[in-house]
Design a binder for this molecule. Structure first.
Ligand code: ZN
Length: 192
């Protein structure tokens, strides 16, 4: 398992609701937490590790053994309130940061790995992270939500990511679009 960097096509995958959780999926979640901590992240969406599944993980403490490890299956966001601008980053765009305006508070409905539904009104870092990760599941990156001026400022950085991706792909380090799509379809058949 590895974290995919922009512009990997799976980052644009819009995932369908998960219909089952099995031992293999629980093991994948465990691996995702390890990978997230190793990369100093606080949230990670399934499609960032090439899984077309509708869930993300979160621990705003960002360290193993600290804070709460949360898994959000089939998250739905509603009741946006207010608006707040803050800087964001993403494990799929390492080293890149930018300001994004998002609702200050949202309600999130989701299911735990055990199948229990939970509902919370979230604000602050937790609220922002939940919105950022839910965006991933719809194939949306934080850079898509930056204002046009801020996006112009990062255009060169995005181009560098694109060049690195093409170079890695040309040397066989990344499968073709067709191979990626076939693998995603296999996972979707199993879980969605
Ligand atoms: Zn992200």
């Amino acid at each position: 398992m590895e974290i995919l960097a922009y512009p990997h096509p799976t980052l644009r995958h819009k995932s369908k609701p998960l219909r089952k959780v099995d031992a293999e999926l629980k093991q994948l979640v465990r691996e995702m937490f390890e990978l997230m901590y190793a990369n100093k992240g606080i949230g990670l969406a399934a499609n960032q590790v090439d899984l077309p599944l509708r869930f993300f993980i979160l621990n705003v403490a960002g360290k193993k053994g600290e804070g709460d490890e949360m898994v959000f299956l089939n998250p739905v966001i509603s009741f946006p309130k207010g608006s707040e601008e803050a800087e964001e980053g993403c494990l799929s765009l390492p080293g890149l940061y930018g300001n994004v305006i998002r609702p200050k508070q949202v309600r999130v409905n989701a299911y735990s790995l055990e199948g229990k539904e939970f509902i919370a009104d979230v604000t602050g870092l937790m609220g922002r992270c939940i919105q950022h990760e839910t965006d991933h599941l719809d194939g949306v990156l934080f850079t898509d939500r930056m204002n046009p001026t801020a996006r112009t400022d990062i255009a060169y950085d995005l181009h560098e990511f694109e060049t690195a991706f093409e170079s890695r792909r040309s040397t066989g380090g990344i499968p073709t679009d067709e191979q990626i799509a076939a693998r995603l379809a296999e996972f979707e058949t199993k879980y969605s």
